[in-house]
Design a binder for this molecule. Structure first.
Ligand code: GDP
Length: 414
């Protein structure tokens, strides 16, 4: 009997021990989930400081599993939720587009000169060859005239130039190639003008409410001339010169224009204000300047619509955009973009735009693709406004401040 009782007692004790083991092993199985979430809650993994490695290991390992991990196992449940929203913030940072550093603008025209010479020096070299003839008879002078007219210099400026050349060549008598080059250089520079203010005015001013207002530039021109591209390139020029820029995508009629402009802006970290497709250009332009004031930006560039087929509508609209923007304060520049390859057509455009808005500067695009550089002279005459910038290619930094000397040197070669 006693043996039976003893056996029962042993069995009970043994069972108890076994169940205890099971429970404790279950406990251990429940613990492992803690460690993965623990790093954000527990002390951060000791940062390995060079030369300090000996200390942290001696302090850390002494913490028992219960001391460190049990509170952690409970805490993450409560803290996981608030932490979750933080997670989406991380992917955003790498997604931000890398901001490019545009080329400096000083001397750009000199750097891009080969683009000009390739297409233009038929004008300069042609003139030099003709002027070098031993006998400058009437036929030769006619050829000189034709060369200038073919390069789109325009009738009146051509006649003026030929007149001056005739006089000076007569005075000179025998001519060395070097003398001829100097003479032609001087006369072409006189024709283009070296005194005009070719600065693109973007200085901040005072708004209607007395607040500081960014410089405001409107970019106008017919579709296809390179207006949006030029606005984007100009943003880069300004950023390269250390200015902050806001873009206004007020060409709401050409489907891709706003996207195109925004892409240009993103590349240099400039914000683009845009509205719905077909929306009111004037209100976008207004909002862009408002944003520029709020952001304390240096310059606001406004790209405008340029549909020539609805000339009256377009012109009314441009006038309206300007008037609406002026509710904030002055528009500092109105740049007319002209495609240099369009010759006479470009001059007609210049005239039409000039009647509606007060053009303050001309941007001649695509000068890399034409030998008709004489348009610089003709268009300045037409509008009485200087060429301020020239487009010399499709590359992002292929827009250069116009410098008469560099331009003429490219025409006639060194
Ligand atoms: P928009 O309709 O006037 O806004 O014209 P875009 O800005 O879309 O430009 C029309 C085309 O002209 C694009 O393919 C531009 O890359 C191109 N373009 C603009 N400026 C120049 C330039 O200076 N040289 C050359 N070769 N192409 C240019």
């Amino acid at each position: 009997m006693e043996i039976v009782i003893l056996a029962v007692v042993i069995a009970v004790v043994a069972l108890g021990a076994i169940s205890g083991l099971v429970v404790s092993s279950r406990k251990k199985k429940q613990l492992p989930p803690a460690p993965p979430s623990s790093p954000s809650v527990t002390a951060p993994p000791a940062e390995p400081h060079v030369g300090e490695e000996a200390e942290p290991p001696s302090a850390e390992p002494r913490r028992t599993v219960e001391e460190v991990e049990l509170p952690a196992a409970e805490a993450p449940a409560a803290e996981a939720a608030p932490e979750a929203p933080a997670a989406p913030a991380e992917p955003e940072a790498p997604a931000a587009p890398a901001v490019e550093v545009p080329e400096p603008t000083a001397g750009r025209l000199v750097r891009l000169r080969t683009r000009l010479s390739r297409s233009q020096n038929s004008l300069g070299k042609g003139l030099l060859t003709l002027l070098s003839r031993e006998h400058l008879d009437e036929d030769t002078w006619e050829e000189i005239e034709d060369t200038l007219l073919t390069a789109d210099v325009g009738v009146a400026p051509t006649q003026e130039l030929v007149e001056r050349l005739r006089e000076r060549v007569k005075v000179l008598g025998t001519r060395t190639p070097e003398e001829l080059r100097t003479l032609l250089r001087e006369e072409l520079l006189t024709l283009i003008g070296t005194d005009a203010d070719r600065t693109v005015h973007t200085e901040p001013g005072v708004g209607v409410n007395g607040e500081e207002k960014p410089g405001v530039v409107m970019v106008v021109g017919v579709n296809g001339t390179g207006k949006t591209t030029t606005t984007g390139k100009l943003a880069r020029v300004l950023v390269a010169d250390g200015k902050s820029v806001v873009l206004g995508a007020a060409d709401t009629f050409r489907a891709a224009a706003a996207d195109q402009l925004q892409t240009w802006g993103e590349r240099v970290g400039a914000r683009t204000v845009r509205g719905p497709e077909g929306g009111d250009p004037a209100s976008i332009a207004f909002d862009a300047v408002k944003e520029g004031i709020a952001e304390n930006a240096d310059v606001v560039l406004i790209d405008t619509a340029g549909r020539l087929h609805t000339k009256t509508g377009l012109m009314d609209e441009l006038g309206k955009v300007k008037r609406v923007v002026e509710k904030h304060g002055s528009v500092d520049e109105v740049l007319l973009v002209l495609d240099a390859t369009t010759g006479q057509n470009g001059l007609v455009q210049a005239r039409v735009f000039g009647e509606v808005v007060n053009i303050t500067g001309i941007v001649l695009t695509k000068l890399d693709g034409t030998a008709k550089g004489g348009i610089v002279v003709a268009v300045q005459r037409e509008l009485g406004v200087p060429v301020k910038l020239v487009g010399l290619g499709e590359g992002a930094d292929d827009l250069a401040p116009f410098e008469p000397e560099a331009f003429v040197d490219a025409l006639i070669g060194d």
